[in-house]
Design a protein around this ligand. Structure first.
Ligand code: KE4
Length: 429
């Protein structure tokens, strides 16, 4: 079934570390050989062995319209023939900036970059430059890309400095990153009581999609907002994943909470490399060439990538888009839970907008610790059972899943039928 993928993976490992350009793709978490894909269209993927899959990764979020949407492809082609990159201002990036300010009211000014990592790295630097403070606060289980200051895991105690979660991150860099438990009001309050005046920013996934899927209590986020305001810390919502995925105005629109800065990626590029960070005008005024915080990029605001993003944002703005997407995502989760119950499987699922989480646990986790208690071995067996039946899930128990507008009721029903067969197979050991 995966012969060609095996051949290509063996060759790739000779010239690419681990055979992949991003670690999660290597299937290390689930075992087995990563699948090499040749083509994607709508809700479907085809691998190099000709196997077809219903896709619930969607390139980790960007493919919200379905892959290779004709209007997006046309927009890319139309723009590409006029030049791929100028390294100079273009009207396209102006239009993207205006659209982001329109759809994300907390964003008064925005800078385009080429990835989510660049967006969060720049937002952290801006917060430190604007406040003159060094400390940043992040949450265990949240991922914000691979900038040094964010590759940090919790220290021995919640309030002690962080430790690098990657080789190559100097301890003195990690020392200024405090990592605390997600959705824990007490740890939040204790942290601000202890070091509130030293905190440059708090960066959070307002809906966590990198420890599978957790929607925190709105009261928790409201408390976070109030504490940042009280102590003069910049509140950064990392909406690289949730932006235009959970709704037209992101997680901040869902919760009605205004962060000081927002980072974006994925959907705003429609599958092409676009990231962005933006927010309060007084903060953004610190960015070079206006102010002293430096950030740059050869391909920032690339007109071809922006054309894909603009067309994507135009199409997700259609009336009823998110209502329909939310309904099909919830239909998937409900069907998976019914199938699991019928097979006596301890399983739960939850969704918001076009993203969802699945857990081999009695109910959706509310914290990183609870996520870690779910049965990842059972997930891994489920993952492979579904893969063999033609359903492509994220190759890790700690990733969220994504539904696109292209997923039909028939696709959802077929997925649920495959899940029922897979649960039955799991039961037989
Ligand atoms: P990129 O640099 O990968 O474009 O974005 C980093 C990033 C920042 N913030 C959040 C909330 C993110 O989810 C991400 C990237 N997400 C992962 C999937 N969990 C990308 C997949 C990968 O690393 O290959």
């Amino acid at each position: 079934m995966f012969e060609q993928s095996k051949v290509l993976f063996e060759k790739s490992q000779r010239v690419i570390p681990g055979g992949v350009n991003s670690p999660v793709r290597a299937f290390r978490a689930v075992g087995g050989t990563p699948v090499f894909f040749r083509k994607a269209n709508g809700a479907y993927l085809w691998d190099v062995d000709g196997n077809k899959y219903i896709d619930y990764v969607g390139s980790w979020g960007p493919a919200i319209l379905g892959h290779a949407h004709p209007a997006v492809i046309q927009a890319v082609q139309d723009k590409a023939v006029d030049g791929l990159s100028f390294g100079a201002p273009t009207e396209a990036e102006l239009m993207m900036a205006e659209k982001l300010c329109e759809l994300m009211p907390s964003i008064e000014q925005v800078r385009l970059v080429s990835s989510g990592t660049e967006a969060t790295m720049s937002a952290i630097r801006l917060a430190r430059g604007a406040t003159g403070r060094k400390k940043i606060v992040k949450f265990e289980g949240c991922y914000h890309g691979h900038a040094d200051a964010l590759l940090v895991k919790a220290g021995s105690g919640a309030l002690t400095f962080g430790n690098p979660s990657s080789a190559g991150v100097p301890p003195e860099v990690a020392a200024d990153t405090v990592v605390i438990a997600y959705n824990s009001l007490k740890e939040l309050e204790d942290t601000f009581s202890a070091i509130g005046g030293e905190i440059a920013c708090v960066i959070i996934e307002a809906i966590a999609g990198n420890m599978n899927f957790i929607v925190p209590d709105v009261s928790y986020l409201q408390a976070l907002r109030a504490l940042c305001t009280k102590h003069g810390a910049v509140l950064i919502f990392d909406e690289v994943m949730t932006g235009f995925r959970v709704g037209l105005h992101g997680a901040q629109g869902h919760f009605g909470i205004k962060p000081d800065l927002t980072t974006l990626g994925k959907v705003i590029g429609g599958g092409m490399p676009v990231g962005a960070f933006g927010g309060r005008r007084d903060l953004m005024a610190n960015m070079a060439p206006l102010g002293g915080v430096y950030q740059a990029g050869t391909l920032s605001g690339n007109p071809v990538a922006v054309a894909a993003g603009l067309k994507t944002l135009e199409l997700v703005s259609a009336p009823g888009f998110y209502e329909a997407l939310s309904a099909s995502t919830q239909q998937l989760c409900d069907g998976l839970m019914v199938a699991a119950r019928e097979e006596g499987e301890t399983f739960s699922a939850a969704s918001l907008g076009g993203m969802f989480g699945m857990f081999f646990a009695p109910s959706p986790p509310r914290s990183y610790a609870e996520v870690m208690r779910s049965d990842r071995e059972r997930f891994n067996r489920f993952f492979h059972g579904m893969l063999e039946r033609g359903v492509y899930l994220a190759p890790s128990a700690f990733e969220a899943g994504f539904v696109s507008k292209a997923h039909t009721d028939a696709d959802i029903a077929e997925t649920i039928a495959h899940a029922k067969a897979t649960f039955k197979r799991l039961k037989s050991g």
